[in-house]
Design a protein around this ligand. Structure first.
Ligand code: IMP
Ligand code: MG
Length: 176
């Protein structure tokens, strides 16, 4: 399948995304109560979400970036997660917040949750995802925070790509 920008329908607009991120950040600001947070952005899909979300957070915060991949250029997951770059500082005793674009099968989330818990004794661990695609879940993981539910659609924009394209869109769209 090919996706052209003119075929895209808006699923979540720029305004909807902004409003939801503000709501989510308020919940997080209340939860962390000014304690330091290490926000870990899962590249590349979460880059826009990370930059907008963290600008709404008011505690001392450090950013880390890791790169995992499970999708090739196709629209279905390959079923295995590749840790392309997962170098992290010492997270023992830290409040760790993972920032992901979408939880689909949940394999990426599960991999990360296991990886962090195997390597560190963190103070708190929260998994935050822009989107939650519950219908295609193959693991028992659930994000602690998320902005929107999506049904079984392949979505692009606001970080999410098709074959590397559309990450720069201000909205989240899909092809009917
Ligand atoms: P999971 O491991 O199956 O949960 O998939 C996680 C990764 O697959 C996400 O971080 C995305 O990069 C990618 N992905 C899953 N669904 C979509 C989609 O609808 N559009 C774009 N990327 C997706
Ligand atoms: Mg991703």
């Amino acid at each position: 399948m090919e996706i052209k920008i003119e075929d895209l329908k808006v699923l979540f607009s720029e305004e909807q995304i902004k409003a939801k991120i503000k709501e989510l950040a308020k919940e997080m600001n209340d939860f962390y109560k000014g304690e330091e947070v290490i926000a870990i952005c899962v590249l590349k899909g979460s880059v826009l979400f990370m930059s907008d979300l963290t600008r709404e957070l008011n505690m001392p915060l450090k950013m880390e970036f890791i790169r995992l991949s499970s999708y090739g250029s196709s629209m279905t997951t390959s079923g295995k997660v590749n840790a392309v770059d997962i170098k992290l500082p010492d997270l023992n005793g830290k409040n760790v917040l993972i920032v992901e674009d979408i939880v689909d099968t949940g394999l990426t989330a599960k991999f990360l949750i296991d990886f962090i818990h195997m390597n560190f004794q963190v103070k708190t661990f929260k998994f935050c995802s822009l989107l939650d695609k519950k219908i295609t879940r193959k693991t028992d993981v659930e994000p602690d925070y998320y902005c929107f539910d999506v049904d079984d659609k392949f979505v692009v924009g606001y970080g999410l790509d098709y074959d590397g394209y559309f990450r720069n869109l201000k909205y989240i769209g899909y092809k009917e």
